[in-house]
Design a protein. Structure first.
Lengths: 233, 421
């Protein structure tokens, strides 16, 4: 189990809509090995978002268990889960979601501040990751003064700077043009290879699919097999 | 990071923040000026009232206030006065005798056999002209004629006495300066107390009710007339500082030791006047409460807007591992930053307004009558309450109204607000 960053066993999530149960995820058993660069694809309503929310501990399963880095997160209390997320998961959102009142440097160091990392170490790690994402010269800028691609690079830096076990990226290229998307994915792939950090994407974008090492297809709340990334190239 | 985030968040929507600051600052200034104005006015009214007649503290024989009997006296008033002189904070004191009497007047220029044409019941006060002048500035309210002379002749029972009568009493008696009158009463020894007087002056306190029944003779004369040699009914104690009256009352009370005396502050012996003041204070508190409530609504509205606008941001913070407590502290701090800025701005504006009002005051035109005492000018004061009361109100309000929105923000469900992960 230690070789797998994510393990889910019979994970189900059912919502209620006006008293009517609506199953979004229907008993998924899934394993994601450390160091993977995997995309989850599927049509709208297939349960991608719900599944990723369950893996990230942002939502609780109706039944089943989720293990992350060997720890069962399904039974954790809110505070423990919050700390666990902070220390083990990096997030990249579709809409970047940087904190607008903080500079690039402050956004990237935010999680380390929550972790209580000393200032010199924070500074060193922030400068290192900003160098890697090509934004070393932008550290004093506020997010709104950056392009969409640059903001998403900052989000990548924020997600990776604390060396989490898993980086979850939801539709990270949805708001970017294809050239910027390609450059961003190439950069993320390179960082994945350099650091061995595990990436899990949810996407509709073929640019993501063709760069993923594995593609998992989700349909009607169930895993409907794997696709070959080369099929998208 | 917490302070940095809070500070920058406050200024994200500058126009809205400015409007909120204006609301809070306005609340502070209104509260502060109201307190300064009312305290100043109360201070003026109380000092005017007590300095002009009653004094701030009074010493009586035990039970005199409840039952003002002729026989309840301070027997060794000179010794009491000497003791009072040794108390820091006591400016001066004045002994008095009070008695009821009937006055009948014979107009000046009429012969010895002329009829005493008009009569009226009166409250006679025996005063020590020198001590009374020092305590209440008695002569400044003599509108016609002259002050009583503390001469030896006054204590000679065979001579015609001199009396000052209240303005309205003089009107009732149809008497004026120089007219003769006869005082009829009963002395403490059971004998009759009667004597002939000449009106030496007309006195006006500004309180028509009081002036309709009051007349004044010298203390030595009153002691002789009412068979109260060496005794008085009351010692009025004067101080320049209203703030020390309660402490001073206790101190004097302790000093009186085993003497069978009551020592009371103006709040007790002028209870009606004091209750009127308390009622006004209650009104002030209600006014401040309404002002604070209005400011609180403004703050609450702003904080709610801030929280609603930033729901997604809170979702992101939660997803990144921010604990709910951090978000609560951040929002409460944001409200308090606005509170502190409002307090600072409000303090500057309030100081300017109160300084002006404390130096120039406001002329009352027409003058206002407060319990029979007429005030022609009202002056504000600046004291710590002008600052700490509004500051506490603003900061407590900011903290209180920010907590519910802060808790709401802290419990934002990241999965719900982010729509996707």
């Amino acid at each position: 189990m230690n070789e797998d960053v994510i393990v889910t066993e019979g994970v189900e999530k059912t919502y209620e809509d006006s008293g009517v149960p609506v199953p979004a995820v229907r008993g998924i058993d899934y394993r994601l090995a450390r160091g993977e660069f995997t995309a989850i694809i599927g049509p709208s309503g297939s349960g991608k978002t719900t599944f990723l929310n369950l893996i990230a501990g942002l939502d609780t399963p109706t039944s089943g268990k989720v293990w992350l880095s060997g720890r069962c997160i399904s039974d954790m209390s809110g505070r423990d889960l919050s700390d666990f997320r902070r220390d083990n998961i990096g997030f990249i959102f579709q809409a970047y979601n940087l904190l607008p009142v903080l500079t690039v440097e402050e956004n990237v160091e935010y999680i380390m501040l929550l972790q209580g990392v000393p200032k010199p170490e924070r500074h060193e790690r922030v400068m290192d990751i900003l160098e890697k994402v090509g934004l070393a010269g932008y550290r004093d800028r506020r997010p709104l003064r950056l392009s969409g691609g640059q903001q998403q690079r900052v989000a990548v830096a924020r997600a990776m700077v604390s060396n989490p076990s898993l980086v979850i990226a939801d539709e990270p290229t949805a708001n970017l043009d294809s050239q910027t998307s390609g450059e961003l994915l190439d950069m993320m792939r390179r960082l994945n290879e350099e650091t061995g950090m595990t990436f899990l994407f949810s996407t509709h974008d073929e640019i993501v699919m063709e760069r993923a090492r594995k593609v998992v297809v989700l349909r009607d709340g169930r895993i409907d097999g794997n696709a070959d990334p080369e099929d998208f190239q | 990071m917490l302070a940095k985030l809070a500070w920058r968040n406050v200024f994200r929507q500058r126009r809205r923040t400015l409007l909120t600051l204006l609301t809070m600052t306005g609340g502070f200034v209104l509260s502060s000026v109201s307190i300064g104005w009312m305290d100043g006015s109360y201070g003026s009214i109380i000092m005017f009232f007590t300095n002009g007649s009653t004094g701030q503290i009074q010493v009586h024989g035990r039970g005199y206030l409840d039952d003002p009997s002729m026989y309840t006296t301070i027997d060794d008033y000179q010794a009491v006065g000497t003791a009072l002189d040794s108390v820091p904070g006591v400016r001066t004191w004045a002994p008095r005798i009070h008695a009821g009497a009937l006055l009948a007047v014979r107009p000046a220029g009429t012969g010895a056999g002329a009829v005493f044409s008009n009569s009226a019941a009166a409250s006679v006060t025996g005063i020590d002209p020198i001590l009374e002048e020092s305590a209440t500035g008695f002569s400044s309210r003599i509108v016609e004629g002259e002050m009583l002379a503390p001469s030896a002749a006054d204590s000679s029972y065979s001579a015609v006495g001199r009396m000052i009568v209240g303005r309205q009493l003089a009107i009732v008696l149809e008497a004026s300066v120089g007219d003769s009158l006869v005082l009829l009463s009963q002395a403490a020894d059971g004998g009759s107390a009667d004597r002939k007087y000449v009106i030496s002056g007309i006195h006006s306190t500004g309180n028509a009710d009081q002036d309709r029944s009051s007349c004044y003779i010298t203390l030595s004369d009153a002691q002789l007339l009412f068979a109260l040699e060496g005794r008085v009914h009351e010692i009025a104690v004067m101080t320049d500082n209203l703030g020390i009256v309660d402490g001073l009352t206790d101190e004097i009370s302790a000093l009186m030791g085993e003497r069978d005396l009551d020592v009371d502050s103006w709040k007790t012996f002028a209870r009606e006047f004091y209750n009127g003041m308390k009622a006004d204070e209650t009104q002030l508190r209600i006014t401040i409460f309404i002002i604070v409530l209005v400011a609180a609504m403004g703050v609450l509205n702003t904080i709610l807007m801030m929280v609603l606008e930033r729901r997604r941001e809170f979702g992101v913070m939660k997803a990144l591992g921010t604990r709910p407590g951090f978000i609560v502290r951040m929002i409460v701090l944001e409200a308090n930053i606005m509170g502190v800025l409002s307090v600072l701005a409000g303090a500057v504006i309030s100081t300017a307004v109160l300084l002006y009002l404390s130096r120039h005051g406001l002329v009352m035109d027409p003058p206002i009558d407060y319990g029979g005492t007429v005030f022609r000018e009202m002056i504000a004061t600046i004291n710590p309450a002008c600052y700490y009361v509004p500051a506490l109100c603003v900061l407590l309000t900011a903290s209180t109204v920010s907590i519910p929105p802060a808790l709401k923000a802290a419990h934002t469900r990241a999965a719900k607000t982010l729509r996707t992960v």
